[in-house]
Design a protein around this ligand. Structure first.
Ligand SMILES: Nc1ncnc2c1ncn2[C@@H]1O[C@H](COP(=O)(O)OP(=O)(O)OP(=O)(O)O)[C@@H](O)[C@H]1O
Ligand SMILES: [Mg+2]
Length: 360
């Protein structure tokens, strides 16, 4: 799939305008702070209805404005496919109101939008998936699974809702044991459903990322990715047992301390914990491989070539590596942002961004 054009209104530092893209390579150049990442963010926003940089949509709204609009015209399976998202600052507690329109028809839920367009962002912050805490890896995982299997969004939401209720109960002075039993039952069921999706996704991710690391390191490094669930088993029964076994501790701490909201993913390189023992370059390679694996999984499960958004990652690589990466991506539409004036390959479409305005 490719994005043919993008229209923005009041998104970040873009006041308005429409831009047409090349179906292969698009270089987005410009000095620091001009709006290159904002452009990548807008394209990714059309596929996830979420920013990869912030959870607060209000930050995406151009200062002083009341609503923003993003529209992408894509080509998917040879047919046009359009996505429009309007976000208005009104709504309860300033949470904002979102409106999704796909191919001209308004969609009631974000789930109807997810899985339509696939984009993958590569950014220097990907390193945090390898180096950061479990929460970063959980976020990575959840986004990936939602993109490929949108119904996972409901499963996750259901689990979070029950968790919130159970935690609220644990904060009361004398929580009812009977009500806790009910929540344990529900949480175990919802938790097992979330874990089932994570197990299957991580298995596929492990296979693909191991292959990528092997290729990039020329066979020197072996990456292993595995699931580290917080519960001791995957079945509903064993989740419930865990919750009951840990009930006294949860009552003492006034919070649920075990469950998928505490899961992690273990990354080892050549048998050692990558987070602790990996060199800078090895960690970088692993982070890149996770994204490459994502690209391969999208292709494998949907037959689609995702749109690749490379934000500030090329400038860290030498010319030879840049060329090899771009040649690997020859089937995908690629966007590359850079603050340097590059020696760009022939045929690339070059844009310059200056203060939220795009020129050729
Ligand atoms: N909600 C907003 N309203 C108006 N301007 C905004 C908003 N959010 C961000 N900006 C502005 O957008 C600019 C940053 O854009 P962006 O992150 O795309 O820069 P960049 O071109 O990627 O720069 P760099 O090369 O440093 O990564 C900043 O000038 C910032 O002040
Ligand atoms: Mg940037």
């Amino acid at each position: 799939m490719i994005i043919k054009s993008l229209e923005l209104r009041n998104f970040r530092n873009y006041e308005g305008g429409e831009v047409f893209f090349d179906e292969r390579l698009n270089l987005v150049c410009g000095e620091n702070g001009q709006g290159k990442t904002n452009l990548i963010e807008a394209i990714n926003f059309l596929s996830m209805a979420k920013s990869f940089r912030t959870r607060r949509e209000a930050e995406l709204l151009r200062e002083g404005e009341a609503s923003f609009f993003v529209k992408g015209v894509f080509e998917k399976g040879g047919a046009p496919y359009t996505v429009e998202i309007v976000w208005s600052a009104s709504g309860p507690h300033g949470a904002g109101v979102r409106k999704f329109v796909v191919n001209g028809a308004e969609r009631s839920s974000v789930v109807d939008l997810l899985g339509g367009i696939y984009t993958i962002v590569f950014s220097p912050e990907d390193l945090a998936v390898v180096k950061g805490g479990p929460d970063v890896r959980r976020r990575f995982l959840d986004r990936e699974i939602i993109l490929l299997r949108p119904l996972y969004y409901h499963k996750l939401k259901k689990y979070r809702g029950i968790l919130k209720s159970r935690n609220a109960l644990l904060k009361q002075d004398a929580p009812s044991p009977e009500l806790l039993d009910v929540y344990d039952e529900q949480l175990a069921e919802a938790g097992a459903a979330v874990m089932e999706e994570r197990v299957s996704y991580i298995a596929a991710l492990a296979e693909e990322s191991a292959e990528s690391v092997k290729q990039i390191s020329d066979g020197r490094d072996a990456l292993s990715v595995s699931y580290s669930p917080s519960f001791s088993g995957l079945s509903r029964e064993s989740c419930k047992e865990d919750l009951q076994k840990n009930r006294d501790r949860d009552l003492f701490l006034h919070a649920t301390e075990t469950g998928p909201h505490r899961d992690d993913m273990a990354l080892t390189l050549n048998g050692r914990d990558l987070r602790i023992y990996g060199s800078q370059g090895q960690q970088r390679t692993a982070a890149l491989s996770l994204r490459l694996a994502e690209r391969a999984l999208i292709k494998r499960e949907t037959g689609e070539d995702a749109i690749l958004l490379l934000d500030d990652v090329m400038s860290e690589l030498d010319a030879g590596r840049q060329e090899r990466i771009l040649s690997v991506f020859r089937d995908n539409q690629v966007f590359v942002t850079t603050a340097e004036v590059p020696d760009y390959p022939a045929g690339a479409n070059v844009f310059t961004v200056t203060e939220g305005k795009i020129s050729f």
